[in-house]
Ligand binder design. Structure first.
Ligand SMILES: [Zn+2]
Ligand SMILES: [Zn+2]
Length: 296
């Protein structure tokens, strides 16, 4: 009887783990894959807005893909642990319907707290005593690619992903049960921004750093310069922590203006745009069909 119970428990863990790996792997492949397709289809535009002269090598891509598999494993373990902590009543979040306003406020709060968490964790990982064991691996990508987004050492993967259960533990202790949908939105926004920051090509429109409405939001050049210099620009979504702490690269805006050339809409641009949208839709729908097949 005991053995049967253990088997059921093991089977349950294995089933949860499969779901976690599927959930975390598919969103990484979708986000980085969509970006890679976009950069491939708009090659000429992308080459014109490339931030570094240096190109990532085949070795870089292999390392990034291999270490991302490890990251997905630790993300999956965390997803499962978070769900188990919820079952145990330690972490609270609700799957009910929430108003749009509540969702917006909850997602915005989560992003603001994550921005601070990321900045300070990142600064700590750059400390000479911690750098080798935690963050050196991510910096092996001197010229980032969309696949750098998950290229972490084991310790960095654990520290990065720990934010979600820690945040939910804190809100649960404050008596707030977060909306499951807000957590899902947050996960997608942070992944999309992560992939954008590592695109290697400036994706934000010209003039971004010269408008007070957008300058507080980080750009691809901002994080790319972190990879090329290793000493500036530690922020993630926003520029305010770097500005407050005096860690923004003095040439950031100058470099951005050089790289972010205005978009010229030509016939070939419009054609390429429609091809990329169709390619993305085709990939999205086949993944969707595969997902429904797996669910069934
Ligand atoms: Zn760093
Ligand atoms: Zn990075």
């Amino acid at each position: 009887m005991q053995t049967a119970d253990n088997m059921t428990m093991l089977e349950k863990i294995a089933e949860h783990m499969m779901f976690g790996i599927y959930f975390d792997l598919s969103r990484y492949v979708i986000a980085a894959g969509v970006m890679a397709i976009f950069l491939f289809v708009f090659k000429r535009w992308a080459d014109n807005r490339r931030i570094q002269e240096r190109r990532a090598s085949g070795k870089d891509y292999r390392r990034e893909l291999l270490s991302s598999t490890r990251t997905v494993f630790f993300f999956a373990v965390t997803t499962i642990s978070t769900l188990m902590l919820r079952e145990a009543g330690i972490i609270k979040f609700k799957l009910d319907e929430f108003s749009t306003l509540t969702l917006v406020i909850q997602v915005a709060a989560m992003i603001l707290v994550h921005d601070a968490y990321f900045y300070w964790l990142h600064r700590a990982m750059h400390h000479p005593r911690l750098f080798r064991a935690t963050h050196l691996h991510h910096h092996k990508s001197r010229t980032p690619t969309p696949w750098t987004a998950y290229s972490f050492s084991m310790w960095e993967a654990i520290l990065e992903v720990a934010f979600v259960p820690l945040f939910l533990l804190a809100t649960s202790l404050m008596g707030i049960a977060y909306a499951g949908m807000a957590i899902l939105f947050f996960i997608w926004i942070q992944l999309a921004r992560n992939v954008m920051q590592h695109a290697g090509v400036e994706l934000h429109p010209a003039g971004w750093v010269d408008s007070k409405w957008t300058d507080w939001i980080s750009t691809t050049t901002h994080h790319d310069m972190h990879h090329s210099t290793g000493t500036y620009n530690f922020g993630f979504y926003f520029t305010f922590w770097d500005r407050l702490m005096g860690t923004e690269h003095p040439d950031y805006k100058k470099r951005f203006r050089e790289v972010a050339k205005p978009i010229v809409i030509t016939r070939s641009f419009a054609e390429r745009f429609s091809i990329s949208v169709l390619a993305i839709l085709a990939v999205g729908s086949s993944i969707g069909q595969f997902a429904s097949g797996v669910a069934a």
